[in-house]
Write a protein that binds this ligand. Structure first.
Ligand code: KDG
Ligand code: MG
Length: 403
């Protein structure tokens, strides 16, 4: 029995908001879990403080599965991003504690390393195709083996994935949502042009990825997938909104471009049909939004049976605590594909000292006991919460669209 004696939520904003759960035990060990849900941070903080923490005190920190089931089944109201992010925070903090108690890095508890490092992809973007390709060349110089490419769309004032600050893209940029304008007709020819220019400049010895960010219909996505085929993309991500899982049948039927989806999913139920019908190639749901290590493990096993690999979401709104846990998972999981790695700012890295490191296009979780990520609470307190929401998107005639 390793008694949980305390738990609290730390909200901090070292450049962007992060919600972190800290669980303390009688033995003096503590564990951390990320609970950040971009633009809706305080909802998860309240869910944890008001409804979860009172249920944790006095329980045995070693009974991770029982606590997971208690929080999932016991709430009666299942699933959803707020609930599942809160459960994930508890789950990851408990895995952190268990691994610390064992004196082992977390990946050893999961089954040990399946590889020597975790291949990551970085984000190259620019207002124009030329600028995006220039950035891609910089990423290759930094050692990246895989690069996501996003470029501005001629005729649109701004678009998803294009930022002024080239290393730290942060879309949640205002207390009330920024309004963007979208035109699929203007966008569709730009991605193939971008990939053509990138292959010319970078050659074929680097993986290239692209995110359509939920903006296409299945038939538009099918056409884009076909147009990208000559450039052999590693994946086309979030081609179409995925609440309608069967919609991916149409895309799949028309293109051999690999498909990735799932960063907004919360449970295996969001992806069951996509995985079982082998409609996708990569599942992007990651630790914090998908119920933690205990639930991601179930998703990954189902995916493995159906030739689907992992490709975890790793944007800056997933804290270093999530990244640390994800890297241990990535190092172990047999059907690993790739890990997204958008760098955090130096301020964020200082608040969350971590054992993981980047080297030659790969991340390694390090050998510290637990998941290897801690929080400097005194420093965190210097960065109070600032309201920030993600943008919304409208079509040129004003119709509200997907962002
Ligand atoms: O909070 C939303 C971001 O994490 C998301 O827009 C980033 O699509 C994204 C990606 O692939 O990193
Ligand atoms: Mg994405």
């Amino acid at each position: 029995m390793l008694k949980i004696t305390g738990a609290r939520v730390v909200v901090t904003c070292p450049g962007r908001n992060f919600v972190t759960l800290k669980i303390e035990t009688a033995g003096g060990l503590h564990g951390l879990g990320d609970a950040t849900l971009n633009g809706r941070e305080l909802a998860v903080a309240s869910y944890l403080t008001d409804h979860v923490i009172p249920n944790l005190i006095g329980r045995d920190a070693h009974r991770i599965e029982d606590i997971w089931q208690f929080l999932y089944r016991g709430a009666y109201w299942r699933r959803g991003p707020v609930t599942m992010s809160a459960i994930a925070a508890v789950d990851v903090a408990l895995w952190d504690i268990k691994a610390k108690a064992a004196g082992m890095p977390l990946y050893q508890l999961l089954g040990g390393a399946s590889r020597t490092g975790v291949m990551v992809y970085g984000h190259a973007n620019g207002e124009t195709v030329e600028q995006a390709v220039e950035q891609a060349l910089r990423y290759r110089e930094m050692g990246y083996k895989a690069i996501r490419l996003q470029a501005g769309v001629p005729g649109l004032p701004s678009t998803y994935g294009v930022s002024k600050d080239k290393l730290f893209y942060e879309p949640a940029d205002a207390a009330l949502p920024t309004e963007n304008v979208w035109s699929t007709a203007k966008y569709l020819p730009t991605a193939p042009r971008l990939f053509e220019a990138a292959r010319e400049a970078l050659g074929w010895d680097v993986h290239l990825l692209h995110d359509a960010h939920h903006r296409l219909t299945p038939i538009e996505a099918a056409r884009l997938g076909r147009d990208l085929e000559p450039y052999r993309p590693f994946w086309l991500e979030d081609a179409t909104p995925a609440e309608n899982q069967a919609a991916f049948r149409q895309i799949r039927a028309h293109t051999t471009t690999p498909l990735a989806v799932g960063e907004v999913f919360n449970t295996v139920w969001d992806a069951k049909q996509l995985i079982e019908e082998q409609l996708i190639d990569y599942i992007r749901t990651t630790i914090v939004h998908g119920g933690g290590i205990s639930h991601l493990r179930r998703i990954a096993h189902l995916a493995e049976l159906n030739n689907v690999k992992t490709g975890f979401h790793g944007a800056t709104d997933l804290s270093p605590v999530c990244m640390g846990a994800a890297l241990h998972f990535d190092l172990w999981v047999p059907n690993f594909g790739i890990q997204e790695y958008m760098r955090h700012t130096p301020e964020t890295d200082a608040v969350f000292p971590h054992a993981y490191r980047f080297e030659a296009g790969e991340l390694h979780p390090g050998e510290a006991a637990g998941h290897g990520v801690d929080i400097d609470e005194a420093l965190a307190a210097k960065y109070p919460y600032r309201p920030a929401q993600l943008p919304v998107n409208r079509l040129e005639d004003g119709t509200l669209f997907n962002w």
